[in-house]
Design a protein around this ligand. Sequence first.
Ligand SMILES: [Zn+2]
Ligand SMILES: [Zn+2]
Length: 328
Amino acid sequence: MTDVEILSAADGDAMQAFAAAGQFYKGNLHTHSNRSDGALEPEEVCARYRARGYDFIALTDHFIGAYGYPITDTLPYRTNAFTTVLGAEVHTGKMANGELWHLLAVGLPPEFAPPHAPGFSPVDGAESAAGLTRRAVAAGAFVAIAHPQWSGLTLEDAMEIDAAHAVEIYNHGCAVDSDRPDGTAMLDLLLSNGRRLTACATDDAHDIDRDAFGGWVQVKSESLAPEALVAALRNGDYYASQGPVLTEGRINAEMLTLVAEKSGAPMDRLVLMGPGSASAVAYADQFEEREGKIVARIPLGRCADTPWLRASLIDIEGRRAWTNPIWR
Ligand SMILES: [Zn+2]
Ligand SMILES: [Zn+2]
């Protein structure tokens, strides 16, 4: 937003999402309709997110032959204040556990050529997941490794996907229906293996009444145009959240500082994470309040000299905002 900035250059360099021009737009990147295995019509899915205050969604039906390889047309449901990004959850190949790959591709052209993925079971001779990812990225998409914990993904599996932009750090549908929402473990191992990935939270909603509105991204962009949103996602100009609303973030040699809106549940703590067991925590009784906002500072501690670090701001109900990883 364009309100007064609380932090200054003395607090260090602005972190990427906060340094970018424009304003934050809230969106869900992973959603299903009845064009694949979701419950509702695409129009109804868009209407529900719009009514909930989202600025955009990507409707990402399963891109398999059984559903006619849908890249669901959501263009009719765009308004001046709400947009949609074309995309799909794409599938191919086989993970080490013998199951089909799931990859989230946001910003696909409607004519994107299908892989050979007739159903949810792997078939011989299919395109590799790495190849399909490269093709989706070349076609302009933002690609995330979907729900690694739900998939039972191994690090070796994930390291094959060399063109992906992100990992789903939290998948709300997987939290609801299998209690396996986590992407932090896989993301951190990939970062420690040199992969410069960002961290998105998604709904993966199939039935809006049960599994929606739990994880989203706030994308910093100069406009709500779908192309601008996808470019910002590809560039890492975003953060992920389940609740906390961030307005600023800066880092210097000693300290990381986040500014959050005071709306919503009170904050509990700010945590830093780096490679291996490196971490640090600051509790909310050390935060200050300025201009009606929460200023959360944390000394870098064990993360002072690490190649990468990232931060989670956590409220008293356990809801998080996750910064993208910062590389030094
Ligand atoms: Zn999936
Ligand atoms: Zn999905």
